[in-house]
Design a protein around this ligand. Sequence first.
Ligand code: TXA
Ligand code: MG
Length: 338
Amino acid sequence: METKMLAASDVVLAARLLTAGEIVIIPTETVYGLAANALDSSAVSKIFRAKGRPQDNPLIVHVSSIEMMEGLVQEVTPLARKLAERFWPGPLTIILPKTARVPDITSAGLDTVAIRMPSHPVARKIIEVSGLPLAAPSANLSGRPSPTTVQHCIDDMYGRVAAIVQDGPCDVGVESTVISLIGERPTLLRPGAVTEKQLREVTGKLDIHPSILEQLKADEKAASPGMKYKHYSPKAEVTMVEGSAESYCKYIAENAGPAVFALCFDEDLPNIKINEKISYGSVKNANTQAQRLFDCLRELDKQGAQTVFAHAPLKEGVGLAVYNRLLRACGFRVIKLK
Ligand code: TXA
Ligand code: MG
């Protein structure tokens, strides 16, 4: 397929392709998304094909207004409305019971649907101009780190999509926070830039799904099907190392070898004696870590890393999202140092 490279101002062209049932990569504030008309089963099936995505993993539907959401869910509950007022447009996805308008393929056969209103002006404009709710997973090949730059999208998807709408690097860098309003209590299914603490200010009670920090057992049903797949994986074998700067740098020195890399913090750099090191930001700045993480994982592949020891982030605030993604990138291999 010929992939058109569009400018951020080409919203009308992008909207026209989407209306015609094509799939188009669009920038969002979290990561680049691979969009299709969420109400058109055949368009949505192209997303699954292009990404190589398992059919049982549902998509997030992106809207530009609450009115657009109203036709997709059974009811915009008072709590959903409060969350939307506080965090939309922005990196929060809300799960509610769906209506029959949402095709099975979009929700992967579930009777619920995930909805988000992005804050990125280009994403919102494309939704507005097309008038379509857009199903959009992250625009990576399934299993690869989510794309946070146009180059990442080209590397994974050129020739597989009708167009790529180009913009700068994504502000947030990790995917949206996902909250489910299905059970008795609101439940955090995926951490993101909207933090647990911020959510609690609106929801009061909030359950944290165990899969955020633990591997699901083989027979456990995933509340968020995406959580069960191996994710964000570079080709290298990544291990997360929890410990102080001192113990981490010592560990790296002891485990140095060919194609062994450190994925560390700025503060670690001077004390790591090997040359194969990449920093994903200051230990104190989870926002920067989130912005850089996926790019660093892809960079490690480019540099031929075979073994990576990643210094674990703090699990607080946005750091929980960074930890959650890194945990999946390393297939839950974690070493805890004293
Ligand atoms: O920031 C984001 O959310 C990005 C941008 C493009 O908006 N999109 C994104 O989509 O991350 P994706 O498909 O990579 O991740 C969607 C996650 C998956 O873990 C999926 O299983 C979960 O949301 N999900 C979607 N619909 C769901 C539902 N009805 N119930 C439970 N989980 C759902
Ligand atoms: Mg994804």
